[in-house]
Design a binder for this molecule. Sequence first.
Ligand SMILES: Cc1cc2nc3c(=O)[nH]c(=O)nc-3n(C[C@H](O)[C@H](O)[C@H](O)COP(=O)(O)OP(=O)(O)OC[C@H]3O[C@@H](n4cnc5c(N)ncnc54)[C@H](O)[C@@H]3O)c2cc1C
Length: 429
Amino acid sequence: MEILIVGAGLGGLAAACCFAKDGHHVQVFEQRDKLSPKGSGLMIRPGASRILQSWGLGDAIEHGADTCLPFSIRDLKTDEDKIQALPASLTKYPDWGIHRPILQDILYQNAIQAGAEIIFSSVVEDFSDEPDRRPSLQIRGGKTITADLILIADGIRSRLRSKVLCDISAGWSVDPKISESVFYGVTVPRQQLESDNDAALLLQQEEACVWVDNERFVVGRKPRKLEYWSGLFGLNYDDGQASMWNEDGDIAFVRQNFEGMCRSLSAVLKLASKCDRWKIAEMPNLPRWTSKTGKTILLGDSAHAMEPNAAQGLSQIIEDIGVLQTLFLSYPCLDISTTTIFWEYIRKPRVERIKTYAAWNTRMFLGKKDRVGLHSKYADTDWEWIKYIEPNSAADFNSPAFFKWVHDYDAIEETHKYLEKANKTRARF
Ligand SMILES: Cc1cc2nc3c(=O)[nH]c(=O)nc-3n(C[C@H](O)[C@H](O)[C@H](O)COP(=O)(O)OP(=O)(O)OC[C@H]3O[C@@H](n4cnc5c(N)ncnc54)[C@H](O)[C@@H]3O)c2cc1C
């Protein structure tokens, strides 16, 4: 099959890697002139790590990543534990913590080795997707390329999304929803941390930790294999800036707004000389992720960007790709339009539930109203028993049953279950 991908972000690269390995002819068009080095820490959740392992990337990722416990929550002012790190025994697949450029490089190298073509400085201006014709991309400069399937992985600010959904009647928003929170990313080298007794305490903090307070929080970790501490300082604040990300956040502003934190975090902010800035946003639920013909699909943040506070955005994209791959492998003769409809049907409910959970987590971390519930339920839970608990997507966000559904999920097995059910129903008629 010939597959065209718009965008060489982590989503586009992961799809290129998976489908090129399966022998498809894959071309990726990226508007930048090279891979973007932006961003620091990233978690890869067990639902995604099991899929990345099945693509043969486990060893390469293990080499650069740490295996982490899910998380712990502390008080921002006192540094006291509110919820201890949850047990790793929840699933046999790892929760990886990795530096974003390292993962990007692994996906890029593997995609190239598998035969994908990644074409930089190529802006996709438009696409065409009419019934009874192969869909095509129009590249700036006049070139048009056709394929069997187009994956639009051009990120939350997708310019092609509205065209994929152009037949949808009024009442749906297809634009990102900007939240009230801003993240400031700070990275401080180990050597500098060691020069300060308070900041040096953070070197012992190798598991991801969230420090919560009212209207502000910090998520941070010292990667075991890297020589720095990195943290995101989250603030409920409308900074009035239109851009979603820029390199130059205002570190003096961050220091001022994070006064009164525990000793270690105050010290690390004093040592930091700069920060970057992320305006947090999500995509509202879309009516569809597929074009009317089903031969073009929105993939990744262009379909379902979510707030980062469940650390699930990329992991859900990997699950999406794993499910699409399974459908192609299981039904190679099925027409693409039916396959992508199955795909959307399987993936949308899970992703949208996790997107809501991610936004709920932001409210928790900012000390909003249902936080008390979170603490009492989580704190009272005997996590050793979680292996006997039935996962439940509909359970409360603060219940072990929901936590288990989010973290210990086998998207491939769920796909096979769905196909079995669909076959039985078909056989009955
Ligand atoms: C602060 C922060 C922390 C996060 N932490 C985690 C985490 O721990 N775990 C996790 O799973 N997820 C996390 N996420 C989410 C994750 O980073 C994203 O879901 C993921 O990177 C999105 O990838 P993407 O490829 O869909 O989009 P993008 O990375 O936005 O890539 C889109 C690409 O398309 C290109 N492009 C756009 N338009 C065109 C065009 N017209 N022609 C050609 N190219 C084009 C762009 O240049 C870009 O390279 C986090 C997000 C944020 C903001």
